[in-house]
Each structure stands twice: as structure tokens, then as C-alpha cells.
Design a protein around this ligand. Structure first.
Ligand code: CTP
Length: 412
């Protein structure tokens, strides 16, 4: 596919280098047209090297090729990222002062704008009117992501992550012009990895969770347009870019972080493997083996059930139906019931909206790159199966969350 990638003059231009890579790695032929201002942030050499094509924003370069007409005409898709307030205004007004705006006027295929600017600029009636105009003409304008902006401020105005723009672009080409990222504007808290419960300064009780599924969920939610807070217990994998990370060690630390983050979240996903028990006593000094002292015993006490507490707090705050809480269950069948029977009972016990059920054995799930789950819903909907890589499973869970959220708490 021939793609024109128009780059606006905003600090987020640097993220568009990754978007360009996603396009070229997927086999697309990309011509980058940066605005004059964009080249103040990322130079022409970067765009030329990454796209493998010459780069200009002048209608007077290579005039014999009539680029100001040809590029827009030949493009199967035009993507503008970051779409600054200035570029949106020029596009809405139909100005044609440079190669990029000429190309927009000549474009015959779908056009996608991925805005990025400060919250005030985005919410300004002038910008909103321009967005309306562009949408009414059939262009797709993504909602900007919410989160940290260039300075110390935060709010709606962040460029959606490159993967999210890529996904929206592909959806647009498939004819879904009203496509909005399913979790755009939503705040999603995800716990991942396994907690470690200390015995002494060097030892702990832990579990085999690698954090891979939680990280895959964070990536999928981020790509779906959400602002993601990852509460990371011990993980074998690095947290992804573009998410806010809070490190925790123990179940009690995770509890505090989860309750704190949940207060402002639309979705909470408890995919962490939380220790149900912790040593009753933690020694300040390393426990020594001493001849004749006998074998030590470890007494355990229950940890709070964070998932259950999140549900109770939400309900007490009157946010039931507005915040979606998702639990995970690792189950094996036994004499008391099969995997689904245990999971169904857990869903009722915990009171969460969705329960993602893993069938575990020592060689299954933990640390593996693939997974197979069943998603149970409190609403009583049919159990939904999802299998594949952990990224595939995460995408299925996030898609389901998007649908559930739209049902319980539609976007304005
Ligand atoms: N969870 C939690 N707080 C705990 C323990 C678990 O929030 N103290 C969450 C997990 O993150 C997961 C779900 O609860 O979302 C798992 O439920 P749990 O009761 O721990 O299930 P199992 O570990 O499978 O335990 P059991 O079957 O013994 O109840």
C-alpha cells in the first residue's frame, strides 16, 4: 500500500519515527512529508533513512514529478501524526501552502489524523470545530490519549501510541471510517507479575508468575488508546514503553498501590499473582542455621484479597456499573469440581465483572509465551474462549473489556 505520512510540528514527531517503522515493516511504501516546523523536531535525514524515500515539503522540489498532485492522488492512505492544532485548522480550511496541505486536498483515499497538542488547544472551540468539519467530510480523527504532556501538565492531548495509530490506520483502510480506538480516553490499571513476601532480608516466598500476560495486557490496552498504569510486582520481562509503571514487591504494597490507582480508573485488571499468605514474622536479620536448634517453622498469615476489596470499595463509592473490574483465576480441576465450576464460584465470591480463567499445571501458563483462557462474565453472558500468544489473548481480553465498558459506561 502507498502511504503518505504527514508529520506535524510538535514534540510528538519523534514518536512518529516508530510509526513509520511499523508501516515499512508491514511492507508498505511510505512517503514522509514533514512540515517545516516538524523538521525542527526531527530532521529530514531521519525520515529519509527510515522510509527509504526522498523527503521534502516544498512544492518546488522535483517539480517535473508534479508531487503536489501525484502524492495525494496515488496514496492509498494519508496519515497525519502528530496532527497539530495548526495542521487541523489548515486541513479544515483547505489551505494549500505547502506540499503536505496540497497532498491532503488531492487525497482520494482515507485520511487519518492523530492529534497531539496541549489540552487547552485540543478543547478550544476552534480546534473542536475543525475536528467536526474534518469528520463530517469523512476523515478519521482519533481522540488524543490522556496522560503526561510535554511539560509537567497532563490531560487529553497526548499522541496515541504508534501501535494504536497503526491499528486505527489499518482499520480505516478496511473501510471502518468511524473507527475510534476502543479504550480511547479510558484509564486502565493493570497489576502484573508475582508478589514476593519476605522472610528475612535475603529470602522470600514467591511464585512462578512471569508477568508476561500482564505486560501483554498493558501493551494491548495502550494500543487500544488507554492511559495505562502498570502495577508491576516481580516480573521476568520489562514493562512496555508508553505506560506509567509503579513498582511493588509485596501483596500489601500492591494493595496500597491498587486501591490508590483504582480510584481514578475506568478499568482495573488484577492479573498479578498475589500471594494469599505472607510469613507472620519477618526477621530483620538473616535467619541462620544453628546446630541443635531444630528445623525452623514458618507461620503464615492471610494477605488481604485485593480484588475483593477493590470490588467492595467501588460498590461502596457508588461506582458499580461505572468501573469495570477484571480478575484472573488460575484453576486446576479436582474432586470438588472442574475448572469452570471452580471459576464460576470464584467469580461470584470475588464479585468482579469479568474473570479470566487459566487452566494451570506445572508446565502450563507460567513463563510460557502462549496461553488459553476462558472469560466469564458476571452479567451471565456465555463464556468466551481465547487462545494463542499472550499478545493474542491480551487483545481478546481488551476487546471484550472495550465492549463491556461501552455497555456499562458509554463514552459521552
Ligand atoms: N488476588 C488478589 N488478592 C489476593 C489474592 C488474589 O487480588 N490476596 C487476585 C488475583 O490478582 C487474581 C484473583 O484474585 O485476579 C485470583 O484469585 P485467588 O483467590 O487468588 O485465586 P487462586 O490463587 O486461584 O486461589 P484459590 O483458588 O485458593 O481461591
Amino acid at each position: 500500500m502507498r502511504i503518505v505520512l504527514g508529520v506535524g510540528g510538535g514534540i510528538a514527531a519523534y514518536k512518529v519515527a516508530s510509526l513509520l517503522r511499523l508501516f515499512t515493516e508491514a511492507g508498505h511504501y511510505v512517503t514522509v512529508i514533514p512540515t517545516e516546523a516538524a523538521t525542527r523536531f526531527v530532521g529530514t535525514a531521519t525520515w529519509e533513512a527510515l522510509s527509504g524515500n526522498p523527503v521534502s515539503n516544498s512544492v518546488f522540489d522535483d517539480v517535473h514529478q508534479v508531487n503536489h498532485v501525484r502524492l495525494g492522488h496515488e496514496a492509498d492512505l494519508v496519515v497525519i501524526a502528530p496532527a497539530t492544532a495548526d495542521l487541523l485548522a489548515k486541513a479544515a480550511a483547505g489551505l494549500a501552502g505547502d506540499l503536505l496541505t496540497n497532498t491532503l486536498l488531492m487525497a482520494r483515499g482515507p485520511v487519518l489524523f492523530a492529534p497531539a497538542m496541549h489540552t487547552e488547544m485540543w478543547q478550544h472551540p476552534a480546534t473542536q470545530a475543525n475536528v467536526e468539519t474534518l469528520r463530517s467530510r469523512g476523515a478519521a480523527v482519533l481522540e488524543p490519549a490522556t496522560g503526561r504532556l510535554t511539560g509537567t501538565d497532563s490531560g487529553p492531548g497526548r499522541l496515541p501510541e504508534p501501535e494504536a495509530i497503526f491499528e486505527a490506520a489499518m482499520a480505516l483502510v478496511q473501510g471502518r471510517s468511524d473507527y475510534q480506538l476502543p479504550l480511547a480516553g479510558r484509564i486502565v490499571t493493570i497489576s502484573a507479575g508475582g508478589t514476593r513476601e519476605p522472610l528475612d532480608p535475603v529470602r522470600f516466598l514467591g511464585n512462578r508468575s512471569s508477568g508476561k500476560q500482564g505486560v501483554a495486557l498493558a501493551v494491548a490496552a495502550r494500543n487500544a488508546g488507554a492511559t495505562v498504569r502498570l502495577l508491576a510486582a516481580h516480573m521476568d520481562v520489562a514493562p512496555p514503553a508508553g505506560v506509567e509503571v509503579v513498582r511493588v514487591d509485596t501483596a500489601l504494597q500492591l494493595r496500597d498501590a491498587a486501591l490508590d490507582a483504582a480510584a481514578g480508573s475506568d478499568v482495573v485488571i488484577m492479573s498479578a499473582a498475589v500471594a494469599d499468605f505472607r510469613p507472620a514474622e519477618v526477621s530483620d536479620t538473616k535467619i541462620k542455621k544453628r546446630d541443635g536448634a531444630g528445623d525452623p517453622m514458618i507461620a503464615l498469615v492471610r494477605n488481604p484479597d485485593i480484588l475483593h476489596e477493590l470490588v467492595e470499595r467501588r460498590n461502596a463509592a457508588g461506582r458499580a456499573g461505572r468501573q469495570l473490574i477484571v480478575g484472573f483465576a488460575a484453576e486446576t480441576g479436582d474432586d470438588d469440581g472442574d475448572v469452570l465450576a471452580h471459576a464460576e464460584a470464584k467469580l461470584q465470591r470475588k464479585g468482579c465483572d469479568l474473570l479470566v480463567v487459566n487452566h494451570v499445571g506445572t508446565d502450563r501458563v507460567f513463563g510460557q509465551d502462549t496461553n488459553s483462557v476462558v472469560i466469564l462474565a458476571r452479567s451471565g453472558a456465555e463464556p468466551q474462549e481465547a487462545a494463542g500468544t499472550k499478545a493474542d489473548v491480551a487483545a481478546a481480553i481488551v476487546a471484550r473489556i472495550g465492549l463491556e465498558l461501552e455497555r456499562v459506561s458509554p463514552r459521552p
